[in-house]
Design a protein around this ligand. Structure first.
Ligand code: GLY
Length: 318
């Protein structure tokens, strides 16, 4: 568990590209929510990251669908978008849902409509590289076959977590950012293109408050990457914050939450990773698989620091 100095920001390893922007917001006296959005936008724009925003890997039919959420730990305000097509800035839109609408979650055509109303720039999210990765896996299969049973079988065979090492290096998979500002307010954000080759319209944990993202200033915050169906079933981010509420430290809260994930009966189980911070800014991260890292910055650092995650194996839970 790392002890912080003042304002700080933590994230999944692929957030390293955005953490300096997030920390600049905090150093300038900006809010934790501003820092979260500033930290995630560069990841959504990164063409080398095939799990988030522009250049994300497409669904079964070749369309890129983005999910994102934000949560403000002061007052438990939240906003989310799901299955967003044709716009890169999913995290900006999630924040707009929180700030501009009397709602917490907008999906599909409504999310796209809101993006247009807010004047966000439409963009074809498919890049040649991501399309080639998509094409290689689906070679010889006709994904437009309208036999629904066949589509379901296809998803089971080909849909993958983009974090898996069999996909091109460096492995990325969804982005998490949690920030704590000088006032002690904590905010969290998650953005993803979700599982590649997923069934159209599939939503993972990332846009679902409580599953992939949760923040409560009184206790702390947590956010997830990896197989969203597992975090959805365990309400993982909320569980971590509740474990903090009931007296565990960050390490124990993470280990307990990962233990729950490892107990799931899931024929498609791959991995889940969690970053977490308590109300005073102590932070750590955990994973169901070994050798994973996360990143953090605080007022004493001028670049992201990469740190190890706890690995909680299934065996250690039995
Ligand atoms: N955790 C990202 C997803 O499953 O879509």
């Amino acid at each position: 568990m790392t002890v912080p100095v003042g304002a700080l920001v933590i994230g999944s390893t692929n957030a390293a590209i955005g953490l300096p922007a997030a920390m600049a917001v905090l150093r300038g006296g900006g809010s934790a929510m501003d820092a979260v959005v500033a930290g995630i936008r560069p990841v959504e724009a990164n063409p080398d990251d095939h799990s988030v925003g522009y250049s994300g890997l497409p669904n079964l039919l070749g369309d890129v669908e983005l999910d994102a959420s934000v949560m403000d730990g002061r007052g438990l305000r939240s906003g989310a978008v799901g299955a967003l097509r044709g716009y890169q800035d999913a995290i900006v839109l999630a924040r707009a849902v929180m700030d501009e609408l009397p709602h917490a979650f907008i999906a599909g055509d409504g999310a796209r409509r809101l993006a247009a109303e807010l004047g966000l720039s439409p963009r074809d999210l498919r890049t040649p590289e991501a399309s080639a990765i998509w094409q290689r896996r689906i070679e010889g299969i006709d994904p437009s076959d309208d036999d629904l049973a066949r589509a379901r079988r296809l998803v089971s065979r080909v849909s993958r977590d983009p974090e898996l090492p069999e996909l091109p290096e460096p492995p990325h998979g969804t982005v998490n950012v949690i920030a704590r500002d000088a006032d002690g307010t904590i905010a969290s954000g998650v953005s993803t293109s979700g599982w590649a080759w997923k069934y159209p319209g599939r939503l993972g944990d990332s846009p679902v408050v409580g599953a992939g993202n949760y923040a409560d200033d009184r206790y702390g915050a947590a956010a997830c990457t990896g197989r969203g169906e597992m975090a959805l079933r365990c309400a993982t981010a909320h569980s971590v914050v509740m474990f903090l509420r009931f007296g565990m430290d960050v390490d124990a809260a993470l280990r307990t939450a990962v233990g729950d994930l490892n107990a799931l009966d899931d024929p498609y189980a791959s991995e889940v990773n969690i970053v977490a911070m308590d109300a005073s800014g102590r932070h750590a991260a955990a994973s169901t698989v070994p050798h994973k890292t996360y990143v953090w910055m605080d007022e004493s650092t001028d670049a992201p620091v990469e740190a190890s995650r706890h690995h909680v194996s299934a065996e250690s839970q039995s």
